[in-house]
Design a binder for this molecule. Structure first.
Ligand code: UDP
Ligand code: MG
Length: 307
């Protein structure tokens, strides 16, 4: 009997756990040919997520949990679930019901047809704010242009991975994980399904604007060094531009043309100051990645688990 592992990261999701648990149970009632396990990864929640998980797991042998020692972030939580899952396929999904469990049979069907990765593309529901929509589209646009992996807009962390893909991902030892990119990067036979994200059932989104920005930078710098070339190109461009300017300055000097320089000098100083800081920042982000990677700390620490 084939076994499916469902991995669900949960950070302060006390209000969603029993619902998603029972929904998944119901889905598998319609799939009697499959065994399953649900691995909740409690990512350092501060509410009663842990107690709830311990409570539910008493009555359900399929429910497993990993408790982190603190909050390590969504991507690390999903990675941990993948590391501990032992199904023939692993499905990762959010705890808040935005990823409809009703799609699970479809994903399994595609997997049975021979696809190793069945990933989903989120179409917007009406209730997603204009701002989130636009920032998200912009992010995927930039990412696809800047990096070597081709990510569709609306890529989500709701996906099925065959055990062989999970194996490949386990072997990557990145400290700053960006799973959407990594899954594309590993290759294999991939199939995409569209879905409309439902509203979050209970609680509020854990991704603030700041976190989204960080996530975007992580994604771009994890799969591309193109931003580094930007610095060199800009340097060449402005050096060339200044070459054109020099004859004019000499001419003005020799012909005693009076030029008031205050405004132009200030503009140039501020402009180039800004560009230099941006480029320093980009260099810094890559350096920070090397720094994190070289320390070789684990991506997460487990405080307790029930299996
Ligand atoms: N999550 C997590 N750790 C975090 C932030 C989020 O495990 O630090 C989980 C969260 O519990 C949820 C999933 O990641 O199951 C997606 O988070 P959320 O729904 O807040 O993101 P959004 O759907 O708003 O992008
Ligand atoms: Mg959500």
């Amino acid at each position: 009997m084939k076994k499916i592992s469902i991995v669900i990261p949960a950070y302060n999701e006390e209000g969603n756990l029993s619902l998603i648990h029972s929904e998944i149970k119901n889905v598998f009632l319609t799939l009697p040919d499959y065994d399953y396990e649900i691995i909740f990864v409690n990512d350092g929640s501060r509410d009663s997520t842990q107690q709830t998980l311990e409570e539910i797991s008493k009555d359900c042998s399929k429910l497993k949990y990993l408790e982190f020692s603190r909050n390590f972030g969504h991507q690390n939580a999903v990675k941990a679930g993948m590391d501990y899952a032992d199904g023939n396929a692993v499905i990762s999904m959010d705890a808040d019901m935005q990823h409809p469990p009703a799609m699970i049979p479809n994903m399994i069907k595609k997997w049975e047809e021979g696809y190793d990765v069945v990933y989903t593309i989120r179409r917007y529901s009406k209730n997603i704010s204009f701002f989130k929509r636009k920032t998200s589209d912009f992010f995927y646009h930039i990412l696809s242009n800047l990096s070597d992996v081709d990510l569709e807009k609306g890529s989500s962390d709701f996906r099925l991975l065959d055990a062989s893909v999970i194996d490949a991902i386990r072997k990557t030892g990145e400290s700053d994980i960006f799973l959407r990119g990594l899954v594309k990067w590993v290759g294999f036979k991939q199939y995409s399904i569209d879905f409309v994200a439902a509203d979050r059932f209970s609680g509020s989104s854990k991704y603030s604007l700041g976190k989204m920005m960080r996530f975007a930078f992580t994604g771009i710098t994890a799969f591309s060094v193109k931003p580094l070339y930007l610095a060199a190109y800009l340097g060449f461009f402005f050096s060339f531009l200044s070459l054109l300017y020099i004859p004019y300055v000499i001419y003005a000097f020799l012909s005693h043309t009076e030029i008031s320089g205050w405004a132009s000098i200030l503009m140039t100083v501020v402009f180039f100051g800004g560009i230099q800081l941006i480029i320093l920042g980009i260099l810094g982000i890559y350096m920070g990645k090397i720094f994190k990677q070289i320390k070789d700390r684990p991506n997460y620490i487990i405080r307790s688990k029930n299996f």
